[in-house]
Design a protein around this ligand. Sequence first.
Ligand code: BTN
Length: 240
Amino acid sequence: MNFNIKRFKTIDSTNTYLKNHHQNYPEGTIIIADYQTHGRGRENRRWLDQKDENLSFSILLKPNISYHNITKLTLLSCVSIFQVLKKYTNYINIKWPNDILVNHKKVCGILTESIFEGNNLQCVIVGIGININTKKFPNEISDIATSLYLETNQMYDLDQILSEIIESFNHFYQMFLEEDYSFINICRKNFHLIGKKTVATIQQEEKEIIILDICDNGNLLVEDNGYIKEVFSGEIKVKK
Ligand code: BTN
């Protein structure tokens, strides 16, 4: 795939920009911002941007796929980033389906948004926020957020990491287009909660579940009150 990077100094949100302008850009367009004034996280949370310290970008995809496969794109993005960041830091895990943790704190979050016209998938926007050189987080999130700098005591070149991620993403996206979903194995191997009892919110209800596996289709296999269930990302929020 050809990638084509468009950079903004300041923007409200790279995901919002692509939501509004996807018709004007081809697949492979990457919108990156030095600073987002309204960076968005999942569940309407805010994503805090520290100017020039982190990577905040969105990738526009226009695959011809059924909506069942959209979750796989989030996992694919997670795996692509994981493969790059693990070169720089130890104690790194994937938290299904869209976070990467270092030392159990979040270093990367992914917000995947899809746009449909009727039943037709127009595009998928993969929004990626990675904390790279942040030295200090606000108190409210300092227990749950970290950066590569804080974990390794080194500063990193943002463009270098971006280009490594694009290369990695391209590799796994080619596999995906050829219906090779073996990248899910990387997710499985590096998801620290497999086999563990944990608290999760499933359809608005908080429960204790056991995480059994990530299925080949990318869904999570859990044991909930003695029953084995397959849940997709929209249905579950794993606490730790
Ligand atoms: C989350 O962890 O809840 C997802 C965070 C996603 C943040 C990225 S930063 C680039 C892109 N633009 C946004 O507004 N959000 C995503």
